[in-house]
Each structure stands twice: as structure tokens, then as C-alpha cells.
Design a binder for this molecule. Structure first.
Ligand SMILES: C=CC1=C(C)c2cc3[nH]c(cc4nc(cc5[nH]c(cc1n2)c(C)c5CCC(=O)O)C(CCC(=O)O)=C4C)c(C)c3C=C
Ligand SMILES: [Fe+2]
Length: 465
């Protein structure tokens, strides 16, 4: 990279961010620390670097909703069935849930104007990232992959391979890691690492970046801007309600998903940063987006319950801060701006302000570009492909790889085929249904067939009935 650049983060803390962390702080940087980009990459290396931004994606129009939801519920990270029945029931069940949820989701989408802004924002973020990387002396080629809609990972990786890139940094667009979002998308990419010839030989992932100074200071700036829209006397009284996407508790309890802990750390870091700026308001954390009959078995409290609780306590001004999203989508535009805003009004909360998501905020995009720059030294580690090619590695590396790449994870899972939505799939499903009906009618009516079945069953020692 060979470029020396000092990046000045706006100082929102009087102390290094490191001391704000509750647990391991290996990833944290002091806000006052000067980043020396020359030591981050390989000096003199002008090779282009691929940057792959990951997100779950969104249906673009209401017509896409059913197929999108089908893709969501086909994801084993979202809907997990016992392996013995999964192969038979997974797709019909995903299809059934998608069908039954589609009406509400379509309505929600229509209520925000019939289009999701998500992909457009991510495209703008990718463009801005390219420039921010260039500012850091990195020739970055930025790609987008979304888990449940176009562009799928397969499309992005095909393009990366076609562009002949040798280096790739993967950055999920979720500040906090969850198995259900970043984890699911990374699993798909991991399979492609082994199955896709030409997958960049050197790749690295930044699973979470909620604690990066640039991200935190950009969030602080947005929160403070929103607070200042309140009537002057109300600013100090306002309650800051941090909200994050909800998660069924079993992810945390049974699978060790670090999401809840990272969300709590994010809130602690943001509160510290805001306090350092003179905004030490009362605050709390709640989760949104729960659905299904098991609402109580999600991490909590639920945002709507929290709004009611605040109102009962006499809180009149609420500033709601979405901390798990960096782009507007249905959860912000519909659930927060419509449902929560109207609930707050009906409970007697007089001022309800929702902080916008970061989008292409320059400080935030700069922070993401720094995340990429910091990942570059990791790219010099040997990849699995190099190990497979017989190159020597350190013992430490062996331990790491054997821990991360178990036999189970190497299993290749074919891409889901649509079930029940495309024209072709409808034809296949229709034919299968017709065949099933024909066979059952034939079996109950045709004496020849009945005799054949009886003979077959007798030959196999089965009950002739
Ligand atoms: C059990 C199901 C789900 C879990 C767990 C989950 C976690 C999770 N999701 C996001 C962010 C987004 N999810 C989005 C859509 C979406 N997610 C689920 C289910 C789970 N998500 C469904 C069924 C859907 C479809 C839409 C809906 O019915 O709500 C989206 C896109 C929304 C849009 O723009 O339209 C985002 C973004 C996070 C961060 C997360 C982690 C805990
Ligand atoms: Fe989701």
C-alpha cells in the first residue's frame, strides 16, 4: 500500500476506548491512537483488494416478498429442523411459513412506499467505500452479497473471480455479529472458498466492528444531532432508548451467539461516549422485530413493552436509536417510524425522535475503510487453499485451522432450489401433486395395481394391508 496517512477520529472521549470495554478488548483501538496505514498493509503492494459487503438483503418490491421469505426460512440458521426430517419437510415448511407471513410483510412494504431502500443504500455505501479506500492508498474493488435476495453470494463471487482478484476482505454490514445474519452469510461464502475455483487465495473476515472508534463517533454525532431537534428544555430530560434487532434466546443460550453481549457492549460504549459529550441522559436497551407465537422466548425486553414501561414512569421524551442497522429498511421505516411512534403517542409520550441509520455518513464509511485496512495484514496468512497445496504453516496456524474448519463445516450444501414460486417450480410441484393424487386414486381403485402392491408387500414380508 505504501501510503502513510494519519487519520484523525473526532475525539468524543476523554479517555481511550479500550478502557470502556467490558470483556476482551483485543479488537479495540484507542481513539487517540494514530493509525499508521503503512504498517497495516504490505508496503509497496499495489495489488487490488476485493471488499465484499454482506447483508441479509431485502425484497425489492411487494411481488418479491414471498420468494424472499421462502429463502429466509430455508436458511438452516433461521429455521433448524432435526436432520432426519429436514430433507423432507424443510422446503414445504419454509414455503408454508413464507406464505402465511407474506400478507403482513407485503402490507408493511406497501406502507413504506412499496420499495425497500436497502439495496440502494448498500450500493451507495459500496461506492463511498471505494473512495474512502482510495484515500487510504488502497485500490479497493467493492462488491455486495445479500443472503436472501439478489445479488446472492454466488453472483458476487463469480464477479470477484472474473475480475481475477487475489485478495478479499469480507465485511458484514452488521456492527454486531450474530449467527443468524453475518454467520449465515459467512457459512455460504466459506463453502464457496472450497468449491469455487479462483476464489481469492487470500481472504479475511471482520465479523464485528461495533467497537471501532469511527463507527462509535459517527453514531454519537447522529444521536446528538437528533437530540438537538428536541425543544431546548427537553434535551436533558429525554430518555435514550437504544434498540436492536431481536433474536430468539436459543441462539444465545444454546449456540453461544455473541450478539446479545455485543449489543450490550455497544450500548455501554455509546453511553460513555455520549456522556463524555455532556449527554448523560437516562437510557435503556430493548429489542424489536420479534415474531411468532414464542415472543417471550426472544432476548428482551421487547421495544413496545419498554415504550409502555417508560410512559408509565412518566417519561415524555424518547430518542430511539437503532444500533444494529446501518441502512434504512422495514424495521426502521415501518416498525419504528410508524408502529413505535404511534404507540408512544398513544401512551402519552409527547416527543418521539428516531435517530436515522448511518447510511453513507462519511465518518462511518471512513471507519469501515479503516476496518478493511486493518484486515490487510491478515491476508498474508496462508489460506486453506495454500495449505491444501502443501505449503508449510506454523503450528499455531494448524491449531487455528483445525479448530475453525471442522469436517462438518467443510460439507458442501447445494444452493436451495425455489419451491412453489417460480413458474418452473410451480409446474414441478403441480406435477408432483397430480402424480400423488393419481397414484392414491389408482391404488384405491385399480385391482391390478392393488394386486401388484400386495405381491410386493408379501415378497418383502410386510403386512399385506
Ligand atoms: C428467527 C428469525 C430471524 C432472526 C433470528 C433474524 C435475525 C436478524 N435479522 C436482522 C436483520 C434483518 N432481517 C431482515 C429480514 C428478515 N429477518 C427475518 C427473520 C429473522 N431475522 C425475516 C422473517 C425477515 C423478513 C422480513 C420480516 O418479516 O421481518 C432484514 C431485511 C428487512 C428489510 O429491509 O425488508 C434485516 C435488515 C438482524 C440484524 C438480525 C440479528 C439478530
Ligand atoms: Fe432478520
Amino acid at each position: 500500500l505504501g501510503v502513510r496517512s494519519s487519520h484523525n477520529f473526532p475525539s468524543v472521549w476523554g479517555q481511550p476506548a479500550r478502557s470502556l470495554s467490558r470483556g476482551s478488548s483485543r479488537m479495540m483501538l484507542s481513539i487517540d491512537e494514530e493509525i499508521d496505514f503503512a504498517t497495516l498493509g504490505e508496503t509497496g503492494d499495489t495489488e487490488p483488494v476485493g471488499v465484499l459487503l454482506l447483508s441479509v438483503g431485502a425484497p425489492e418490491t411487494p411481488d418479491d416478498v414471498e420468494e424472499y421469505l421462502y429463502n429466509v426460512f430455508c436458511d438452516p440458521e433461521i429455521l433448524t429442523l432435526p436432520p432426519a426430517i429436514s430433507w423432507l419437510f424443510k422446503r414445504p415448511l419454509a414455503w408454508f411459513i413464507a406464505k402465511s407471513r407474506a400478507r403482513d410483510a407485503k402490507e408493511a412494504m406497501k406502507s413504506i412506499g412499496g420499495v425497500s431502500p436497502q439495496l440502494q443504500t448498500i450500493q451507495a455505501q459500496a461506492e463511498a467505500m471505494k473512495d474512502a479506500l482510495a484515500d487510504r492508498g488502497i485500490d479497493g474493488r467493492v462488491y455486495i452479497a445479500t443472503r436472501y435476495w439478489h445479488p446472492f453470494a454466488e453472483e458476487a463471487v463469480k464477479q470477484i473471480v472474473a475480475d481475477g482478484l487475489n485478495k478479499l476482505v469480507i465485511v458484514p454490514l452488521y456492527p454486531q455479529f450474530s449467527l443468524s445474519t453475518s454467520g449465515s452469510a459467512l457459512r455460504v461464502l466459506e463453502r464457496m472458498l472450497y468449491s469455487e475455483p479462483g476464489f481469492p487465495a487470500k481472504s479475511s473476515v471482520v465479523p464485528a466492528w461495533y467497537n471501532r472508534p469511527g463507527y462509535l463517533s459517527a453514531m454519537c454525532e447522529l444521536i446528538i444531532q437528533s437530540m438537538r431537534t428536541l425543544p431546548e428544555g427537553a434535551v436533558a430530560r429525554a430518555h435514550i432508548l437504544f434498540t436492536a434487532q431481536g433474536l430468539p434466546r436459543k441462539y444465545v443460550d444454546d449456540l453461544g451467539d455473541p450478539y446479545e453481549e455485543q449489543i450490550e457492549r455497544s450500548v455501554a460504549l455509546l453511553h460513555e461516549a455520549l456522556s463524555a459529550q455532556g449527554f448523560s441522559n437516562n437510557h435503556s436497551l430493548a429489542y424489536q422485530g420479534q415474531f411468532g407465537p414464542e415472543r417471550l422466548r426472544w432476548i428482551g425486553p421487547a421495544a413496545d413493552d419498554e415504550i409502555r414501561r417508560l410512559a408509565r414512569q412518566g417519561v415524555e421524551e424518547v430518542v430511539m436509536v437503532p444500533i444494529s442497522y446501518v441502512f434504512e429498511h422495514m424495521g426502521t421505516l415501518n416498525e419504528m417510524d410508524r408502529e413505535f411512534a404511534s404507540l408512544a403517542r398513544s401512551c402519552g409520550i409527547t416527543s418521539f425522535v428516531r435517530v436515522p441509520t448511518l447510511g453513507t455518513n462519511p465518518a462511518f464509511i471512513g471507519a469501515l475503510a479503516t476496518v478493511v485496512a486493518e484486515a490487510l495484514p491478515d491476508l498474508s496468512r496462508p489460506s486453506m487453499q495454500q495449505i491444501n497445496a502443501g505449503n508449510p504453516v506454523s503450528l499455531n496456524m494448524v491449531n487455528e485451522y483445525t479448530r475453525l474448519y471442522t469436517k462438518d463445516q467443510l460439507q458442501l450444501v447445494p444452493q436451495e432450489q425455489p419451491w412453489g414460486f417460480t413458474e418452473q417450480a410451480e409446474v414441478v410441484n403441480g406435477r408432483l401433486a397430480m402424480a400423488a393424487i393419481t397414484v392414491s386414486i389408482a391404488l384405491s381403485a385399480d385391482p391390478t395395481l392393488k394386486a401388484v402392491v400386495a405381491m410386493y408387500r408379501a415378497a418383502r414380508g410386510m403386512d399385506p394391508a
